[in-house]
Design a protein around this ligand. Structure first.
Ligand SMILES: Cc1cc2nc3c(=O)[nH]c(=O)nc-3n(C[C@H](O)[C@H](O)[C@H](O)COP(=O)(O)O)c2cc1C
Length: 176
């Protein structure tokens, strides 16, 4: 399987990025082909809403999104990792999703995994982010959410250490 991990937190090596690494390790150990993209390393401008991609299926902006869109179209599995910001996905991930406009119609039959981290411990902390991401999936052809890991109670960078979510992410990657 081709697995594409989108790590969207601005904190490299932070909590959700650590879950991404564990998922990657598990999937690699199960011999899947894994690509991890750390969005903070990329130049991704926000969608200008110009609508030109509606007919051309190409974005007028020349930045790193073109390459990542190709990787998304080719992937069997897409992993979206985000910290919870104000009970929502982080802005970087939303900007990224908006930029899928040019090629989302080619993203058919994909399986998705979500990796969340949040400072709070309540189980409902990630509920609104799940609903937001479902808005994206609702626009795709036959998507499937195959698994969700929530690393809760992790606020500062590194506080995910010792959290059971790390093993859950590894196992999820291993068992895709
Ligand atoms: C702008 C901002 C908003 C946040 N909002 C929430 C929130 O609504 N609920 C929560 O539990 N944690 C919130 N947090 C804490 C982060 O979700 C938490 O620190 C998370 O572990 C960060 O993951 P990262 O290291 O991958 O960036 C917020 C943090 C920031 C910077």
């Amino acid at each position: 399987m081709e697995v594409l991990i989108i790590s969207s937190s601005p904190r490299k090596g932070g909590n959700s990025d650590s879950l991404s690494e564990q998922f990657k390790l598990g999937a690699e150990n199960a011999k899947h082909k894994v690509t991890k993209v750390f969005l903070g390393d990329k130049q991704i401008n926000y969608c200008k809403g110009c609508n030109s991609c509606f007919t051309s299926h190409k974005c007028i902006q020349k930045d790193d999104m073109e390459e990542i869109l190709q990787q998304m179209v080719e992937a069997d599995i897409i992993v979206l990792a985000t910290p919870i910001y104000f009970y929502a996905m982080c802005g970087q991930l939303k900007v990224f999703i908006d930029r899928c406009c040019a090629r989302y119609t080619e993203m058919s039959n994909k399986r998705f995994y979500y990796l969340f981290t949040a400072a709070e411990n309540g189980n409902s902390t990630v509920d609104k982010a799940i609903i937001e991401l479902q808005g994206f999936l609702d626009c795709l052809d036959s998507p499937q959410v195959s698994g969700i890991v929530s690393g809760l109670g992790a606020w500062k960078k590194g506080e995910i250490s010792g959290n059971k979510a790390l093993k859950e992410a590894y196992d999820m990657g291993k068992n895709i």
